[in-house]
Design a protein. Sequence first.
Length: 222
Amino acid sequence: MPPIRTLPDAVVFDFDGTLAELVLDFTAMKARVADAARPYLAEVPPPNGLPALEYAATLAARIRPAAPEAAGRFLAQVAQAIKDQEIEAAARAALFPHTREALARLAGKGVKIGIITRNCRAAINRIFPDARDFVGVILARDDARHVKPDPRHLLDALAALCATPARSLMVGDHPMDLDTGKAAGTLTAGVASGRVPRAELAAHKPDYLADNVGELVGMLES
């Protein structure tokens, strides 16, 4: 999809690694998921590249045939363990220095702004307590009916902003964000402010590529 020649009507951002420092230890998170499964499974397979939520769902599917109630208990334990880790990490995280200014510049030009994240709402509130001064909609994991890479996470945010995908931009620091935007029919922008190298983001062919959100907003304004 060719870049929009004027500012998009809406920009939806990922959070961790995009607007805020990424301090979550996803390896440790998946280890917690595996630990929670051990009382229910004789052998717990490794995640093999799956994110924590998808890894938990895979393990629950193994538990469920023999013990449906145990699968439910496992998922509840995992949900609490993940949330605890997210809130602990949020206490050590902060917004990037350019985040508020970049969002204010977009909002000042009439661009609608949203955030979608697989993180929990409590962590977002701790890191960005004044988010509602800048953002029209926030769909954290516990707000969303579906979470990215399911495009409905993004589409629900755009619906709340009264924006169409074709006139909107999805911004993130991970290929998952770019895949979500493409599946939803938006433009995409990769920012190399998380843990994914710029070259890896470029390989996913985003419409825009920048070192960070501040630089991206400058590109959109030019």
